[in-house]
Design a protein around this ligand. Structure first.
Ligand code: TMP
Ligand code: ASP
Length: 236
């Protein structure tokens, strides 16, 4: 697979074209960003850890019947993926209250949410990823009702698979964000799954093991990511 020109440079990953019009290369960089890119730092090993973490999780999800963009690991920092037409809507499931939900509704962090919540955000840094509802998705043509229904179904399926996986590793899956795209007419899970886009707490101590360590300046960010990877058995 030949790497060609850069198609897109995001906050933490770059996307390259390849000699196959249906395949892209994702490059995971060490750049770590929060607050819609207002706080950015380089963290050693982060690109490698997230690339391998993502490959591990995507393969688990694929094995559970969830269609993903992931094809293969190419190097420490790169993987090969299917080219999707991305839908600019972020799907967030919360099993416990944290982050923007706590700020928005004034509830206590760590409250268990039964059943889990499902929320939509528009992917738009300039607007700070605003909270939206499904009528906005249809009115602006970001996805059809059938596509959004499938995204919701797959997001809850991911929650079931990953709750079990993280629970076995002594971790609570507090919340996470997924992005989807369309490939050959089918809704497919895209982007990445890593500690950058979810919240993971140690079950016994509730220690934060995800990007909140960076957002909140708690230190030992990559050390925590590596501990999560090691507990799951991700080969680094
Ligand atoms: P929030 O509490 O900031 O709304 O985020 C909920 C979860 O989704 C949290 O694990 C972080 C993740 N997330 C992202 O990774 N990127 C985003 O742009 C958004 C809105 C959420
Ligand atoms: N990843 C987003 C950003 O860099 C949101 C966040 O994680 O805070 O701003």
């Amino acid at each position: 697979m030949e790497k060609r020109t850069e198609l897109y440079r995001g906050k933490a990953k770059s996307v390259f074209m390849t000699d196959d019009p249906d395949r892209l290369i994702l490059l995971f960089r060490n750049d770590t960003s929060a607050f819609d890119g207002q706080k950015v730092e380089q963290l050693d090993r982060k690109g490698m850890v997230n690339n391998k973490f993502n490959a591990f999780i995507m393969q688990k999800l694929e094995a559970a019947g969830i269609p993903t963009q992931f094809d293969a690991l190419l190097s420490d920092n790169e993987c090969l993926v299917k080219k999707l037409d991305m839908i600019p809507v972020e799907c967030v499931v919360r099993n416990y209250a944290a982050g923007s939900l706590v700020r928005r509704l004034g509830i206590e962090e760590g409250l268990q949410l039964t059943p889990p919540t499902f929320e939509l955000f528009l992917k738009n840094d300039a607007l700070h990823d605003p909270f939206i509802n499904e009528s906005h998705v249809y009115a602006f043509g970001w996805a059809t009702p059938e596509q959004l229904a499938r995204m919701k179904e797959l997001t809850f399926k991911v929650n079931d698979v990953l709750n079990a996986l993280f629970d076995d590793a002594g971790l609570m899956l507090v919340d996470f964000k997924l992005e989807f795209g369309v490939h050959q007419g089918e809704i497919v899970l895209g982007d990445e799954f890593s500690p950058d886009g979810c919240r993971l707490w140690d079950k016994a101590t509730r220690k934060k093991m995800d990007k909140d360590r960076f957002r909140q300046g708690l230190g030992n960010v990559i050390e925590a990511y590596e501990e999560v990877a090691q507990r799951l058995g991700v080969p680094l």
